[in-house]
Write a protein that binds this ligand. Structure first.
Ligand SMILES: Nc1ncnc2c1ncn2[C@@H]1O[C@H](COP(=O)(O)OP(=O)(O)OP(=O)(O)O)[C@@H](O)[C@H]1O
Length: 345
């Protein structure tokens, strides 16, 4: 029971991440010493609210998948804290939630529909596997697997005993979604779940995800480089650039009134972009800088058409633009004294 809601106060986020950092050492030389460090995720703070879909977008290499792996605790962060429903993650004996319990409540669906399925097992057995490991009886796990196959639109009587190679990519991804739901999670991390699918199948799987979220009371973190897909499925959107959060806010604010020049440039790079916005904001050019040695101050400044001196000398803080919309940009921050009308139009 949610006591915050009972008291009529603001709902507690399902997940709160504060100052999350993950750097990867690059080893070199005969002695295998660390010669450089990839700053894949570099001080990321955000919440995931109960029942929402939070989309995460950004160019390749900006740290989306590393963030997903941290959220799943497939690896520990170097620093930073994770609070799940009010409990510190990974601190079971210290009054928090143990990793085993956390990993049951948070599940993941990957882009590669083959990767999470054992090619030698009928799909029913793959779905039933995790519940059995968690102490569910064989009969109950099998019943659960068949119910989930039906829920994802694959009639159990004709699909349960099939092997992964006997399915299409879309059907396999439906099985992966069923597998992710088998432990009755509260949060599902979807990392590019439809990127490998044809457009028509993509729409079917997205609609299925929307239905399942409602049916099972789920919360989603949906990672994608496809801005149209993220716009369709998300309640809020987080924009990442070079390991940091550039902007976060309700989906309509991000798509209709993007404040960060990076978000504006990303949106302007879409083929379907509104020509009015393309006039005020040029599309992205070039590649992001190397995350081993990111630019000082604002990391986007080397590609930003609005950059000023302050952008090199000082890191922008997250400015609150109202209505849950925040952006880390000196130019977009009305309180900075550098705000330009064009930056928030
Ligand atoms: N295990 C690792 N060792 C070293 N560097 C890594 C490792 N994993 C990721 N990186 C680097 O960290 C940065 C962020 O990678 P990440 O995969 O999180 O980005 P991404 O936004 O998900 O990109 P993509 O969309 O291409 O998957 C990249 O520069 C990547 O090369």
């Amino acid at each position: 029971m949610d006591t915050h809601l009972d008291r009529g106060g603001p709902a507690q986020p399902l997940l709160t991440l504060e100052g999350l950092q993950k750097h990867f050492p690059i080893k070199g030389g005969l002695l295998g010493r660390t010669v450089a460090t990839v700053r894949a995720v570099d001080g990321v703070t955000f919440t995931v609210e109960k029942g929402e879909t939070l989309g995460i977008v950004g160019e390749s290499g900006c740290g989306k998948s590393t963030t997903a792996r941290l959220l799943m605790r497939l690896m520990p962060p170097d620093t930073g804290s994770m609070i799940f429903d009010g409990e510190a993650v990974g601190e079971g004996n210290a009054g928090g939630i143990a990793l085993r319990d956390y990993r049951r409540q948070v599940q993941m669906v990957f882009q590669d529909s083959y990767a999470s399925l054992n090619p030698r097992l009928p799909i029913e057995d793959s779905i039933a596997f995790a519940p059995k490991v968690h102490g569910v009886s064989d009969t109950e796990a099998r019943t659960r697997a068949r119910d989930l196959l039906a829920a994802v639109g694959l009639a159990p009587q004709s699909f349960a005993r099939r092997y992964p190679h006997e399915l299409s990519g879309g059907q396999r991804q439906r099985v992966n979604i069923a597998r992710a739901l088998a432990l009755r999670p509260r949060l599902v991390i979807l990392d590019e779940p439809v990127s490998a699918l044809d457009k028509s199948v993509e729409a079917q799987v997205l609609n299925l995800l929307v239905e399942l979220k409602e049916q099972f009371g789920l919360t989603y973190v949906f990672i994608s480089h496809d801005l149209n897909v993220v716009q369709f499925i998300s309640d809020r959107v987080l924009v990442m650039y070079l390991g940091e959060v550039a902007e976060i806010g309700p989906v309509d604010a991000i798509y209709e009134k993007p404040a960060h020049p990076y978000t504006r440039a990303l949106l302007a790079s879409r083929p379907s972009m509104d020509p009015a916005m393309r006039r005020t904001s040029p599309p992205l050019t070039g590649d992001p800088p190397n995350p081993v040695n990111p630019p000082s101050g604002c990391r986007f400044r080397t590609r930003c058409p609005l950059a000023e001196d302050i952008c090199a000398s000082s890191k922008p803080i997250m400015a609150d633009l109202g209505g849950g919309h925040l952006a880390a940009c000196h130019i977009a921050n009305p309180a900075s004294g550098h705000s330009k009308a064009g930056a928030t139009a």
